[in-house]
Design a protein around this ligand. Structure first.
Ligand SMILES: C[S@@+](CC[C@H](N)C(=O)[O-])C[C@H]1O[C@@H](n2cnc3c(N)ncnc32)[C@H](O)[C@@H]1O
Length: 245
């Protein structure tokens, strides 16, 4: 079982592939799409959950997503058909860093996918390239809420604390106009959904050759989360507009 397949199963039981609940996702999208006729781009869109929510109930919005996971994009395509929004959604199966579309977008999302560009600031630089005048960026990334263990840094990288994260974004030429700091409940719900979906899949497919590996991965991930990074990890999603030149 490859990482893509593990991620697809593990994310099946959660609103988006990041620690935000339904209300948080909806509230941020309401702020990001105030007119309802925007062109929206999601860099690292996964199964397209942000895009599908943005399109549902906003018939004037057009959305594009980019992801390296063909399986996740196939899920997005199927869900778009089910929701009746497929004609407003275009999906690109490629590295987001190589995406060079002919148009600019009113809103660029990059939630939980900054690693695709090598970190937060390179992700913002890519988003800026795609942004139409007056546009907004919705970016979600991790930070340290407490002192991380060495193992947490090994697993999640060399993050900063939240004030430093926001300072870096502001120094990079952005103005935060909205935001959401994931609550403990959202952080825990995301990890329980991730580990629980994978473990449940393993238990429901005892004869599948990947069953034992899936259960072992869920167990290891849960242990790393509880021991290594739960005490220190936080996640912030910021709605940004470019600072005046
Ligand atoms: C944690 S998921 C977040 C998905 C989505 N943004 C969400 O919040 O629901 C990270 C996604 O980034 C994608 N990804 C990783 N590297 C990428 C790259 N170089 N180009 C495009 N997508 C990438 C993964 O396939 C995965 O779908």
């Amino acid at each position: 079982m490859n990482r893509e397949e593990i991620s697809r199963i593990a994310h099946a039981g959660h609103p988006v592939a990041a620690p935000l609940d339904d209300d948080s996702v909806d509230r941020l999208l309401d702020h990001a799409l105030p007119r309802g006729d925007e062109w929206l781009l999601d860099l690292g869109c996964g199964g397209g959950q942000w895009l599908l929510r943005a399109l549902t109930g906003r018939p004037g919005v057009w959305a594009e997503g980019v992801d390296v996971s063909g399986a996740a994009l196939a899920e997005a395509r199927t869900a778009a058909g089910r929701l009746g929004v497929a004609d407003h959604l275009v999906l690109h199966h490629m590295d987001a860093a190589d995406f060079s579309p002919p148009r600019a977008y009113d809103v660029v999302l990059c939630v939980g996918a900054a690693h695709a560009f090598g970190g937060l600031l390179p992700a913002l630089a890519a988003a800026r390239e795609h942004l139409a005048p007056g546009g907004r960026v919705l970016v979600g990334d991790g930070f340290w809420e407490g002192e991380p263990s060495a193992r947490a840094v090994e697993l999640l990288g060399d993050l900063t604390d939240l004030p430093a994260l926001v300072d870096r974004v502001v120094a990079d030429g952005w103005v935060p106009v909205q935001g959401h700091i994931s609550t403990r409940r959202e952080l825990d719900a995301y990890e329980w959904a991730w580990t629980g979906s994978l473990a449940s899949w393993a238990l429901d497919h005892p004869d599948d050759p990947d069953s034992a590996q899936a259960l072992a991965t869920a167990t290891t991930h849960r242990s790393e989360w509880l021991r290594a990074y739960r005490p220190a990890f936080g996640f912030a999603t910021l709605l940004l507009r470019p600072a005046p030149a």
